[in-house]
Design a protein around this ligand. Structure first.
Ligand code: NAD
Ligand code: WQD
Length: 356
């Protein structure tokens, strides 16, 4: 069966990584159904996806407003469409919020995913790609992170990813007809090259202030925030700031999901298997600032601050396994990622909304 006859259910498909992956799935000929409760996204993002792929391919996309915590919302979808695979992005992802409100994270990420497995099992749809995270490596003792490292979680968000990986392994072990690919993402930077879709965090912000580096830099560049706090300037790294692995949402993450879906359809007995989606070297916080300044032509004022608790000195990925078994490698360097992120930011300084 070619990709044109296959239908993928994408949970959380209105979100940052979801929208970029949906564009690529449609361009590759798949039919796509999204289920999203729009907790951290807006329907405008789905309209932009349709705009990007054009009228013909957008016929192959349907959006369903629904919450994975409501089993009924899933039960409505499965009888009417025979999903060939599920890509499961839906989840909450803000580390700091999870520390203050762990029950929200356990409820949303764990209950939502358990419901999804139940309904998939009931309708005998047993192929899944799951959004895991580099966070499952905790503070790695060695770098690069290799998939068989011991896993640790440092916060409630990270624990949901770790528990969900364990749940996936247990389910697949007990019921070997499941094929589950766990993708451990490192840090995405950039946006679709059109500048029409990109990251627009809602719940990941603390009173509108992003927790993560790139959304923060972006808001300084467009004048929404005055300066960037650089957390840590005394790390034993090339410039004293922390280092991590970055990849483009299209030419890293979306491509990685397409490769994983292809593997689900082309290989037997996959089992439950984890792959890093990252790069084999890292970039420091100060290097990211310099690259963004160059791409945007804007000065990003910085303030050197103490280290942020829980941050690692350097985290990056071994990508050998994904390269060998999925035929995937992240493309695009930091300069291109920053260029695309700036295009998104400068075209959409207030994200998908107009200025409040
Ligand atoms: P995002 O918040 O932009 O997208 C997640 C989407 O899921 C949102 O549209 C949200 O409304 C939806 N959602 C959340 N809970 C839901 C529920 N109960 N029912 C239905 N929809 C729900 O986040 P993202 O950056 O696109 O991340 C996607 C996935 O990748 C998440 O699981 C996240 O933990 C994981 N991940 C993200 C990163 C990152 O840095 N962005 C890194 C590693 C892993
Ligand atoms: C990167 C570096 C900060 C903000 C997160 C999640 C992880 C995964 C990927 C989902 C750190 C520094 C940041 C700022 C700064 N997501 N920084 N000033 O923490 O590596 O990873 O996203 O699974 O679980 O934790 O990303 O962008 O927050 O931080 O100096 O205003 O930038 O201290 O060294 P992180 P990040």
């Amino acid at each position: 069966m070619g990709s044109s006859e296959k239908t993928i259910l994408v949970t959380g498909g209105a979100g940052f990584i979801g929208t970029h992956t949906v564009v690529q799935l449609l361009n590759d000929g798949y039919r796509v159904s999204i289920i999203d409760n729009l907790d951290n996204s807006v329907i405008e993002a789905v309209h932009r996806v349709k705009d990007l792929v054009g009228p013909e391919l957008s016929q192959k996309l349907d959006f369903n407003l629904g919450d994975l915590r409501n089993r009924d919302d899933l039960e409505k979808l499965f009888p009417k469409t025979k999903f060939d695979a599920v890509i499961h992005f839906a989840g909450l992802k803000a580390v700091a919020e999870s520390v203050g409100n762990p029950r929200r994270y356990f409820d949303n990420n764990l209950i939502g995913t358990i419901n999804l497995y139940e309904v998939m099992a009931k309708y005998n749809r047993k192929k899944m790609v799951f959004s895991s995270s580099a966070t499952v490596y905790g503070q790695p003792e060695k770098i690069p992170c290799v998939e068989d490292f011991e896993l640790k979680a440092m916060n409630p968000y990270g624990r949901t990813k770790l528990f969900l990986e364990e749940i996936a392994r247990d389910i697949q072990k007990a019921e070997p007809d499941w094929s589950i690919i766990l993708l451990r993402y490192f840090n995405p930077v950039g946006a679709h090259e059109s500048g029409k879709i990109g990251e627009d965090p809602k719940c990941c912000s603390n009173r509108g202030i992003p927790n993560n580096l790139m959304p923060y830099i972006q808001q300084v560049a467009v004048g929404r925030l005055p300066e960037l706090n650089v957390f840590g300037h005394d790390y034993p790294t090339k410039d004293g700031s922390a280092v991590c692995s970055r990849l483009h949402p299209c030419y890293g993450l979306a491509d990685g999901h397409i490769a994983a879906v292809r593997k689900l359809f082309s290989s037997e007995n996959i089992g439950c298997i984890a792959y890093n989606l990252g790069t084999g070297s890292g970039t420091s916080v100060l290097e990211m600032v310099a690259a963004f300044e160059k791409a945007s032509g804007k000065k990003i004022p910085i303030k050197l601050c103490p280290r942020r608790p829980g941050d690692a000195t350097a985290v990056y990925a071994s990508t050998e396994k994904a390269q060998k078994e999925l035929g995937w490698k992240a493309k695009y360097g930091i300069a291109e990622m920053c260029k695309d992120q700036w295009k998104w930011a400068s075209n959409n300084p207030w994200g998908y909304q107009s200025k409040p």
